[in-house]
Design a protein. Structure first.
Length: 283
């Protein structure tokens, strides 16, 4: 009996054993960028979380737990995922370092021992690479490696989202070549799941997933107004070899989050076409 069993059990609450895939809702944006549209108020949070039972996992920030913990208690509930980091990279409001003197900073919001005691299944951490200051890149590798070893010790599943510190500056920062390198580094550090940004095409994303032996979940990015575009993006990700999606705004900003989840589950777990899954949006 050891922590590897605990990690296997927790991963099985997120990746469905029958498909090896997952639809995870990222609902923790507020800790990095302030109140997001769709989750601005306590009432909006409660309304949205009342429609997320169909997700395989839902990610929250530490402070949200007392408000939404009931969403994870009981059978047939989503996996419990904690957003482990705060960051100020690419913040839309009052972004420090816009003069070019800063490449962003991160901070860990919880100890893994406390995460385990809380009953959380997985944590997600960022890994920013490619900084002009190589000491910052080294610090990120050390930080993520420490988290990986602590997750192994406590049997917690680890999701790493590798990002480029030069996003928005270097046009190649999100290329398939760069993302493939970053995702493989995340896997080799010890990630159980890797969350990756869309590099622009099915072909490019396939180059990322094929070189990362750890299951890759597609990050959703901006969106939510057009659920059909959300379904198409998920279908493209699955075609490219992804093991699911980790969408936030595309779900919680939708008029009917439960309907979007039903349709995403049909695409991700049942291999339905976008046209077939779209019929579930109105149910």
């Amino acid at each position: 009996m050891d922590s590897r069993t605990g990690k296997a059990v927790r991963l099985g609450r997120i990746l469905r054993p029958e498909t090896g895939r997952a639809v995870v809702v990222a609902a923790s944006h507020g800790v990095m960028a302030g109140p997001p549209s769709g989750l601005k108020t306590r009432e909006e949070i409660e309304t949205v979380f009342g429609q997320l039972r169909g997700a395989d996992g839902v990610m929250v920030s530490p402070g949200m737990i007392p408000l939404v913990e009931h969403s994870f208690i009981g059978r047939d509930r989503p996996g419990f995922v904690l957003h482990l980091d705060w960051k100020n990279h690419a913040r839309a409001i009052y972004t420090p370092g816009k003069d070019g003197r800063s490449e962003g900073v991160l901070a860990q919001l919880a100890d893994i021992s406390d995460v385990a005691a809380c009953g959380i299944d997985a944590v997600m951490t960022y890994m920013y690479l490619g900084q002009k200051d190589t000491a910052l890149e080294q610090a990120e590798i050390i930080r993520n490696t420490h988290i990986a070893r602590e997750c192994e010790r406590h049997g917690i599943a680890l999701i790493i989202e590798p990002r480029s510190a030069l996003e928005g500056v270097d046009p190649d920062a999100l290329s398939a070549k760069v993302m493939s390198m970053y995702c493989r580094i995340a896997a080799d550090i010890g990630a159980d799941l890797v969350k990756a940004l869309w590099p622009g095409s099915v072909e490019d994303f396939a180059a990322v997933t094929s070189t990362c032996y750890t299951p890759v979940l597609l990050a959703g990015g901006a969106g939510g107004e057009d659920p059909h575009a959300t379904l198409q993006l998920a279908a493209d990700a699955i075609e490219a070899g992804a093991k699911g999606v980790m969408f936030g705004r595309r779900i919680f900003r939708a008029q009917q989050p439960a309907g979007v989840l039903r349709a995403l589950n049909a695409v991700v777990h049942e291999n339905q076409s976008v046209e077939q899954a779209s019929r579930l949006l109105e149910q």
